[in-house]
Design a binder for this molecule. Structure first.
Ligand SMILES: C[S@@+](CC[C@H](N)C(=O)[O-])C[C@H]1O[C@@H](n2cnc3c(N)ncnc32)[C@H](O)[C@@H]1O
Length: 409
């Protein structure tokens, strides 16, 4: 009988770690299937926010990692990709906190396969949404059919009935819509329609404007949204706007100081808000030097994209996991967000070496992911020669011991 393979253990490499124990964050070098097995003993049901950016199975040989399972025309290409993803996602489910959620970047190549697999592993009822990230800003005229501007982020919760996205901070643009033309001491406000199409039995009364003009009722086909009694009370409290001349159809004043301080996240994420692919490459190149353009890690995600996900899906004390960490953008975004909101989020990143027969000495995890985060923590000189102060922090670098966890104990 074939012996059951034992989970591999991981041992700390203090030379590659940053800071002093107890380390806040972890970077694990190795295959993520083994690392996810390893985390079962330490982080079961503890991770609030998981983000992954797996190989998209594009059949594109230019990728610096093995993003090719079968030729694009091969009839088994989807099943091979699914066989790779399925055991990893099953292990992930057990790590997710009951109030947590997983966000998965994907494009058209495997969107449908991934959705069906996720329905199987996480349950269709836990599907939350498909986000659209506008990754490009210019059309590619060489496109065979359409120039693709976007990719997707699938969101599943451990339990969609419980999971709630955090509101996003209101933008300056949103706040600029609030003005104060009547110098109201309650501050800037925005006016809102007081009539709607929904029939309302008490919503058909006549109104006399401060100028003396009588408005016989709401506009045709509409109803006032409040009763006359409520309307009078609001007017007495100077919450009704009659226009500068006191002669216009009344509107309701909504004060900035009274609106919800956050905004509900929407599903379309334009690059103006969360960055694009070129921005991501620039961010990485400003921190790390690459010997040649062939060595540049070509598929990083922009920091703003990850910051948005973390704002929505993590609180200040939560643990964040990325097991296709690549260049470590998720870790960098965790450090940035902690600095902004004073949080103590911890990241666990799993990245492989990407070594191959032609490049056996390559170590993506050590030389790009960990090195990027070391520089961000300790400070560095960027590509323009400017000094960038370190954010501070620490991480433990773990690498495969090559031993099964039982043998290693
Ligand atoms: C699209 S990249 C992720 C990029 C990342 N989001 C960033 O911003 O840098 C996918 C990464 O997954 C890695 N990868 C692929 N298979 C893996 C495996 N079995 N274990 C660990 N990492 C793997 C690849 O080497 C690649 O770096």
């Amino acid at each position: 009988m074939k012996a059951k393979p034992q989970p591999v253990s991981f041992r700390p490499n203090l030379d590659l770690s940053v800071g002093q124990p107890p380390y806040t964050h972890q970077i694990i070098e190795g295959d993520n299937h083994e690392a996810l097995q390893f985390l079962q003993s330490t982080h079961k049901a503890q991770i609030k926010c998981i983000y992954i950016d797996p190989p998209y199975n594009t059949g594109n040989t230019n990728f610096v990692y093995k993003d090719r399972f079968f030729k694009a025309s091969h009839p088994c290409r989807h099943s091979a990709w699914l066989e790779f993803m399925e055991p990893r996602l099953r292990l992930t489910k057990d790590l997710l906190h009951p109030e947590g959620a997983i966000f998965i970047s994907i494009d058209d190549h495997e969107l449908f396969s991934l959705g069906l697999l996720m329905n199987q592993v996480f349950g269709e009822s836990n599907f939350v949404t498909t986000l659209i990230w506008q990754k490009n800003f210019a059309p590619k005229n060489s496109a065979k059919h359409f120039s693709v501007d976007h990719e997707y982020i699938l969101v599943y919760a451990a339990d969609a009935d419980i999971w709630k996205p955090n509101p996003l901070p209101r933008t300056d643009r949103q706040n600029q819509r609030y003005k104060n033309p009547d110098d109201d001491p309650r501050g800037p406000w925005m006016s809102d329609n007081l009539s709607a199409r929904n029939p309302y039995i008490e919503g058909s009364y006549a109104i006399t404007c401060p100028s003396g003009r009588v408005i016989s009722g709401p506009p045709p086909g509409r109803y006032w949204t409040i009763s006359l009694q409520k309307f009078r009370a609001l007017d007495q409290d100077r919450r009704i706007w009659w226009g500068k001349t006191g002669d216009q159809v009344p509107r309701l004043k909504r004060f900035l100081s009274e609106v919800n301080p956050g905004r509900v996240p929407q599903t379309f994420w334009p690059y103006t808000e969360v960055g694009h692919t070129q921005e991501a490459k620039k961010e990485l190149l400003s921190i790390l030097d690459f010997a040649s353009s062939a060595d540049v890690f070509s598929t990083p995600k922009p920091l703003r994209l990850l910051e948005r996900i973390l704002r929505i899906a993590s609180g200040p004390d939560d643990i964040v996991l990325d097991f296709f960490a690549g260049s470590g953008t998720t870790g960098h975004a965790v450090l940035n967000l902690n600095r902004v909101d004073g949080g103590n989020r911890q990241f666990i990143l799993i990245s492989n070496k990407e070594a191959s027969e032609t490049c056996p000495e390559k170590n993506l995890c050590r030389d790009i992911c960990a090195e990027r985060l070391r520089r961000v923590i300790e400070g560095y000189t960027n590509s323009k020669g400017e000094t960038v102060e370190g954010i501070g922090g620490s991480f433990l670098y773990l690498e495969s011991s090559g031993l099964s966890s039982q043998a290693a104990i």
